[in-house]
Design a protein around this ligand. Structure first.
Ligand code: UDP
Length: 345
């Protein structure tokens, strides 16, 4: 009997994680995958480039849902995913992380009694004002299989009474980084294109609502980065939403090396050569560590507490870096294969 897993993706970090798992599923007998793209991220440089570079099979279903408020977007996705699940009749619905696509996929599956596997389960910021926190808490409580990257994630679930179906499997982002770093070595020309010298520039990303919704907040973040740029170049691959918001608010990026969003191989190459990272992205905080680059997180809290505990990360308004040591949490680069095996069994 072949198990059918239906994967729901929609946003950039999900394409990257799903690429690793999809590759593992293709390398595992007895399990097939159907991919659904909600359309939450749709531009070439926010979506297509990841499918091309990371060998992700073309989605069988494209729902083309994006824009609008969080409630509207999630509701439209829920309505559109339901008939796909009824048609496909999967054994599992696999969702990733903490976006509206994650929650809509989980809700649609739960209402049809299809078991849910949640990749990156158990992460908590303990800040319910973040839309991502609401999405991940609800998804964790609906899922049958909790695929946790770290021991802190397992503990968070236990504290909420979730102990069944919980597996600590390592971090699929680490799998993704290993794959991309090797490919980027030959495949990416970004350093020469941007005229950057290894270990003499930093990389920054900004896209969280808490940093982009209010002009004062975005101004403060950009001002902080402009201060950093006095030491060495700050490369800012800008999220389309941040660019639009800044334009509307009349905020300029003078002094920063602003470029469009980059593909994952270029990002791996940029991170590998950087001497510092400044970000409000969850994924980048860990990727900085995978490349052994210190990270300053442009937020008031982080889900990836072990990066702080081991001195590789700090909160921009918090204490300085702690003493640096290796983090033994993110697995061995085979988290995705563990997921494929768990789905099968
Ligand atoms: N990323 C990328 N190109 C960019 C910016 C980010 O490939 O221009 C990658 C980054 O390396 C990480 C992921 O996208 O793997 C993070 O996505 P994002 O910051 O959108 O989401 P988050 O990690 O906050 O959920």
């Amino acid at each position: 009997m072949t198990i059918k897993a239906l994967t729901i993706v929609g946003a950039r970090p999900q394409f990257i994680k799903a690429a690793a798992v999809s590759r593992a599923i293709r390398g595992t007998d007895g399990i097939d995958e159907v991919m659904v793209h909600t359309g939450q991220h749709f531009d070439t440089d926010m979506s297509d480039v990841f499918f091309e570079e990371l060998d992700i099979p073309a989605p069988r279903h494209r729902l083309n849902i994006n824009g609008g408020g969080h409630g509207e977007m999630t509701g439209r996705m829920l309505a559109a995913i339901e008939p796909v699940l009824i048609e496909e009749k999967p054994d599992w619905v696999v969702v990733y992380g903490d976006t509206n696509s994650t929650l809509a996929g989980a809700l649609a599956a739960a209402k049809l009694h299809i078991p849910i596997a949640h990749v990156e389960a158990g992460l908590r910021s303990f800040n319910r004002r973040m839309p991502e926190e609401v999405n991940r808490v609800l998804t964790d409580h609906l899922a049958a299989l909790q695929l946790c990257p770290t021991s802190a994630a397992v503990e968070n679930l236990a504290n909420e009474g979730i102990r069944q179906g919980v597996h600590r499997i390592g971090d699929v982002m680490f799998d993704a980084t290993l794959f991309a770093t090797e490919r980027a070595e030959a495949g990416s020309k970004i350093l020469s294109e941007l005229d950057l010298t290894p270990k003499n520039y930093s990389v920054a990303t900004v896209h969280r609502a808490e940093n982009t919704n209010e002009p004062a907040n975005l101004r403060e973040v950009v001002g902080f980065l402009q201060q950093q740029a006095k030491r060495y170049p700050v490369v800012l691959p800008i999220h389309p939403r941040t660019r639009q918001t800044a334009l509307r608010m009349g905020i300029d990026f003078d002094g920063l090396k602003v470029i469009g969003p980059v593909g994952y191989l270029d990002m791996a190459k940029l991170l590998h050569g950087a001497c510092e990272v400044f970000t409000d992205s969850g994924g980048l905080q860990k990727e900085a560590y995978f490349h052994r680059v210190p990270c300053t997180t442009l937020r008031d809290e982080t889900e990836w507490i072990e990066t702080i505990a081991h001195g590789w990360n700090r909160l921009w308004k918090g204490p300085d870096f702690g003493e640096r040591s290796a983090i033994d949490e993110y697995g061995d680069g085979r988290a995705a294969f563990r997921i494929a095996e768990l789905l099968k069994s």
